[in-house]
Design a protein. Sequence first.
Length: 262
Amino acid sequence: MTHSVELALDLPPQVANAGVGVHGHAGPHDVFRLPRLWQLHLYGYSGTLEFGGFRHPIRPGHVSLVPPDTEVHFHYDTTPCEHLYAHFVLPGEGERHRVPVMQDAGADAAVLGELLRQTVAAGPQSPARAAAELWTVLWRTTGLAGTSAQREGSSRHPALRTAMAHIEEHLADPLEVPDIARTAGISHTQLTRLFRKDTGLTVVGYIRRRRMERARHLLVASTLAIPAIAATVGIPDLQAFNKTCHRELGASPRAVRQTARR
């Protein structure tokens, strides 16, 4: 069963606060409750979000939505943990959109991150602009929900889903195709064939693409140093990371970050 919430988006949100947050100062576990406010987080770290009897893995590039007056538990794999957040009221009473509590934003993570940064920047000067930026973020999360539902309902081979999940959880680690195949319970050859059929990429090509999607997100949405980002996506050699960025993203890591912030 998918753990989900319902959003009424016929009116723009009222932004109470938005910013770049850092969790984990007091240790590897925090508890939050916001009596009147929704919480949206776009994560730059790994851990676990827990509430309502559900546990949701947190990964860089994931986005979560928590309704008001909900006690949430955050468990951190490492500390401190940086994320973009918005706390807001939803005044609308119209059609409701069901959205999973936790989603992998995938390639949309960079766009969501930029929109949230615009929300943060606009907040003190223009509450209306901040509301508009966050409203766009919320609508885009409903699109993510549709994409996720399509993926869940697809005929994707179970071994391929296992392999992809393993890759997502271990992007920071060395990833060898034979090890991934063993985790998925199939042969190297069969794994390669499944990836080619589903993604049009080799296993190595898929890993490289996911690493660069995550790297783009961290370059755009975080203040992590470039060497730290390289290590986080499993390419700790800076020369190799720069070369891969040029090939996959069309620019150096520094240029990707500067272009997004302009």
